[in-house]
Ligand binder design. Structure first.
Ligand code: ATP
Length: 293
C-alpha cells in the first residue's frame, strides 16, 4: 500500500468548564466532546525522499514543521527510528482557529493513518499518548464519538454517541487564539460544580432535550466580552425556529445550534449563510478518524 486517505472529523464541546489553573500554566477542564460530520480529508503517501512534507491550500495552515500533522508524522517516525518519506495532503473544510479542533483532527488522522500505512502496530492507547504530547484535543480526535474529558481535556471517559443529531454551525470569520482566551479567565466566576455530571447523564441517556438545555461553555464569558457581535449572533441563533439550544464551541468563534430536524437546520442555514464567513449543517458523528480507502 502506497497511500491512505483518512477523514479527520471536527469536534464540538457540548459542555466546557475550566476548573482551575495548573502549575505548568495549562488549565484543568471538565468537558463533553462530540465528533461531528464536518471533516477534512488527509491523504498520506509514502515518498522516495526521506522528508515529511505537508501541503494544504488554506492560507492559514502552515506547510512547515509547525503543522500539527507534520509533528504527528515526526512523532511516529522518532518512535520507530525513522519511517522514510511521507507526504501529507490536507483538504481543509474545517474552519481554522475556530474552536473545532481542525489541527488536532489532522494530527489524529496522521497518527492513525501512518500507523496503518507503515504497519507500525501501535495500539490506540499508545497513539493517544503520542497525541497528548502534540495537543490537548488530539486524544479525543483519535477517540471520536462522545467522551467526558478531564485534565487538560486528555483524560477521556467514553460516552454513548448521540446518533445523527442535526446541527447548524456558524462562524463569523473571527479567528481566535485559544491561549489568549485562557489568559483572560476570571476564576471567581466558575461556580458550576454539578453541571458536568448533569449533562453527562443526559448524554448517557440519549436525552437530546436534556443535553440542549444543559449546553454550557465558560469560555463564552471572555470571548463575548471581547467580541459582542459573537454574543449577538448566538442570541439570534438561539431564537431560530427549530433550535433547541446554542453554544460556542471550544474557545470559539464557531457557534453551533442543536436543531429539531434537518429541515429546520437547512432553513436557518439559508437565513445566515450570506452574512457569516462559514455556515453549514451537519450531524453528530460516532467516529473521529476514519480510513476511507
Ligand atoms: P483548538 O480548539 O484545538 O485550539 P482550533 O480549532 O481553535 O483548535 P485549529 O484550526 O487547530 O484551531 O488552528 C489553530 C492554529 O494552529 C492555527 O492558527 C494554525 O496556524 C495552526 N495549525 C497547525 N497545524 C494546523 C492544521 N493541520 N490545521 C489547521 N491549523 C493548524
Amino acid at each position: 500500500m502506497q497511500k491512505i486517505s483518512v477523514r479527520a472529523h471536527a469536534k464540538i464541546n457540548l459542555y466546557l468548564n475550566v476548573v482551575g489553573k495548573r502549575e505548568d500554566g495549562y488549565h484543568n477542564l471538565e468537558t463533553v466532546f462530540h465528533s461531528i460530520g464536518l471533516h477534512d480529508d488527509v491523504i498520506i503517501r509514502k515518498q522516495e525522499t526521506k522528508e515529511i512534507t505537508v501541503h494544504c491550500e488554506h492560507p492559514g495552515v502552515p506547510s512547515d514543521a509547525s503543522n500539527l500533522a507534520y509533528r504527528a508524522a515526526e512523532r511516529l517516525s522518532d518512535a520507530v527510528g525513522g519511517i522514510g518519506g511521507v507526504s501529507i495532503e490536507i483538504k481543509k473544510r474545517i474552519p481554522v482557529a475556530a474552536g473545532l479542533a481542525g489541527g488536532s483532527a489532522n494530527a489524529a488522522a496522521v497518527l492513525h493513518g501512518v500507523n496503518e500505512l507503515f504497519c507500525l502496530g501501535f495500539t490506540q492507547e499508545v497513539l493517544m499518548r503520542f497525541g497528548a504530547e502534540l495537543g490537548a484535543d488530539v486524544p479525543f480526535c483519535l477517540h471520536g464519538g462522545a467522551a467526558f474529558g478531564t485534565g487538560i481535556g486528555d483524560q477521556l471517559t467514553r460516552l454513548p454517541a448521540l446518533s445523527d443529531l442535526p446541527l447548524l454551525l456558524l462562524n463569523p470569520g473571527i479567528e481566535i487564539s485559544t491561549a489568549a482566551v485562557f489568559n483572560k479567565l476570571n476564576f471567581s466566576l466558575t461556580k458550576r460544580e454539578n453541571a458536568g455530571i448533569i449533562i453527562r447523564t443526559h448524554v448517557e441517556k440519549g436525552d437530546v432535550l436534556g443535553v440542549s438545555e444543559s449546553l454550557y461553555n465558560f469560555l463564552e464569558v471572555p470571548v463575548f466580552a471581547q467580541y459582542p457581535e459573537i454574543a449577538a449572533l448566538k442570541t439570534e441563533l438561539s431564537t431560530q425556529a427549530g433550535c433547541s439550544g446554542a453554544l460556542m464551541s471550544g474557545s470559539g468563534a464557531t457557534l453551533f445550534a442543536v436543531m429539531h430536524n434537518s429541515k429546520s437546520a437547512r432553513r436557518s442555514e439559508s437565513h445566515f449563510k450570506d452574512r457569516v464567513s462559514f455556515c453549514t449543517t451537519t450531524v453528530t458523528s460516532p467516529v473521529g478518524v476514519y480510513i476511507k480507502d
